[in-house]
Unconditional design. Structure first.
Length: 386
C-alpha cells in the first residue's frame, strides 16, 4: 500500500494521475488525517495550493526518503508551488500546520498588484545621448565609432561592423537596466551579454588592439566569442576599492556583483576563466565559482550551482536555503518595489523555485506557504514579517 501511495504522489506532482488515481490519493489522505479539509476560498488557485500542502503533509507522514539533490534535479520539471513544497517539506528546512491560514491578509486578495520585470534598458551613447530601448523602433538606431547599433525584432541590441562609416575612433557606450528590467546585448565581436535588473555594462562600440575589455556593475551572463589573439576582460566595480577582473578567451559564465550584496560571485559554465583580485589569481573550471567576500577581501574557489547562477536568465528564481533578506533583494530588483522589515527575519531561509513571470503578489503568496515569512503589499511597498 505504501509503495502504491508513493507512486501516486510522484505521478500527481508530475501531473500524470488519472481522475481515479487522484481520487484514491485524496481518499488515502482523508483516512490518515483527522483534520477536515477547509478550502481558503472558492478560488481554484488556492484550492490547488491546499492540495499541494496536503500532499507535502502526507509525504511527511509516510517518511518518503528524498534527498535535496534529487529534488533539485526535478525543479525544472515540476510546478513552482510543488518545487517549494517539496524542498521545504521533504528536506526538512521548515515545517508548518497543514491548513494554517496566513497571519496577515494574503497579497492575492489585493486589487492593486505589481507585474514582473520586462525587456527595458537605457543605452548611453558616446556623446552622452540616451536611447530608451523599449521605445526605440527596430532597425538601425545610430552609428557609434566603426559600428552600427541595431535593435533586432527579438528585442535586443546588436553592434555590427560598419567600415563604411570611416570613423575609427574608439567610442564607449553604456547599457543600463533599471529595477524591473533586463536586456540582451551582442557586442561587435559577437559576444552575447544578458544583463539582469539594476545592472550596467560599459563597453567600446568596436574592439581595437590586442584585448577586449568591458566594465560591469550588477549581474550579467556572458557567452564570449572565441578569439585566441584577443583575450576578453571584465572589470567588476561593485563596492570594493579595487576592481575584480575576469580574463577569458571564449567561454560561458555568470557574474553576480551587485553593490548591495556582501560578495561578488563568478560562476563558470563552460571553458575556463581566470579571476584576479589584489594580485591573487584563481583559475576556474566548469562548475566552479570564485567568491570574493567584500568585508574581508578574501577570495575563495568552491563548487558552484550553475543552474542557480543563471536561473534569472532562464526566467525563474531559484533559492537554495537562501536567507529571506537575499530573496527580497532579488524581488526588489525584478519588481522594482521597496522592501521594509517588521520584526526579526534574520534567521529565516527558504529553498525552492518560482517563475519570474508571475505578479509579485503570486510570488509572495507562494513564499508565505512555507510558513517562514509573511508579507503586506501596499502599492509598490512590501513589508516583510516573521
Amino acid at each position: 500500500m505504501k509503495n502504491n501511495i508513493i507512486h501516486l504522489i510522484e505521478k500527481y506532482l508530475q501531473g500524470t494521475t488519472t481522475p481515479a488515481e487522484e481520487a484514491e490519493l485524496m481518499a488515502w489522505y482523508q483516512d490518515h488525517n483527522n483534520t477536515e479539509i477547509e478550502w481558503l476560498s472558492d478560488n481554484v488557485h488556492e484550492e490547488e495550493q491546499v492540495r499541494l500542502r496536503m500532499l507535502t503533509h502526507l509525504q511527511q507522514q509516510i517518511s518518503i526518503p528524498v534527498t535535496k539533490q534529487a529534488v533539485k534535479r526535478r525543479w525544472i520539471h515540476i510546478s513552482a508551488a510543488a518545487s517549494i513544497l517539496l524542498i521545504l517539506g521533504l528536506a526538512g528546512y521548515f515545517t508548518y500546520p497543514l491548513l494554517q491560514k496566513p497571519k496577515h491578509n494574503s497579497p492575492m486578495a489585493l486589487a492593486q498588484d505589481v507585474g514582473p520585470g520586462s525587456n527595458k534598458a537605457v543605452l548611453t551613447l558616446g556623446n552622452g545621448d540616451k536611447v530608451i530601448l523599449e521605445d526605440a523602433k527596430d532597425g538601425i538606431i545610430t552609428d557609434q565609432g566603426d559600428a552600427a547599433v541595431n535593435k533586432t525584432d527579438s528585442g535586443h541590441v546588436q553592434y555590427n561592423n560598419n567600415s563604411a562609416s570611416g570613423n575609427t575612433a574608439i567610442v564607449y557606450n553604456t547599457l543600463s537596466t533599471p529595477y524591473g528590467g533586463q536586456y540582451r546585448l551582442t557586442l561587435q565581436d559577437g559576444t552575447n551579454v544578458w544583463l539582469n535588473a539594476g545592472s550596467s555594462l560599459r563597453f567600446p562600440a568596436t574592439f581595437a588592439g590586442n584585448e577586449r575589455k568591458v566594465t560591469l556593475s550588477g549581474e550579467a551572463y556572458f557567452e564570449v566569442a572565441q578569439d585566441a589573439n584577443r583575450p576578453f576582460y571584465v572589470a567588476i566595480h561593485s563596492g570594493t576599492d579595487t576592481a575584480m577582473n575576469v580574463r577569458v578567451l571564449g567561454t560561458h559564465f555568470n557574474i553576480n556583483a551587485y553593490p548591495d550584496e556582501q560578495r561578488n560571485v563568478v560562476t563558470l559554465l563552460e571553458g575556463a576563466v581566470k579571476v584576479n583580485y589584489l594580485g591573487t589569481g584563481v583559475t576556474l573550471t566548469p562548475g566552479k565559482e570564485a567568491i570574493l567576500q567584500k568585508t574581508t577581501g578574501k577570495m575563495n574557489v568552491g563548487n558552484g550551482d550553475t543552474e542557480e547562477a543563471i536561473a534569472w536568465k532562464n526566467g525563474y528564481f531559484l533559492f537554495d536555503n537562501e536567507k529571506v533578506e537575499s530573496i527580497m533583494r532579488q524581488i526588489s530588483r525584478w519588481y522594482d518595489v521597496e522592501i521594509r522589515y517588521q520584526g526579526d527575519i534574520s534567521k529565516k531561509a527558504i529553498a525552492g523555485s518560482l517563475s519570474r513571470t508571475k505578479n509579485v503578489s503570486e510570488v509572495l503568496n507562494m513564499l508565505e506557504l512555507t510558513g517562514a515569512v509573511h508579507f503586506k503589499l501596499e502599492g509598490r511597498r512590501i513589508t516583510v514579517m516573521p
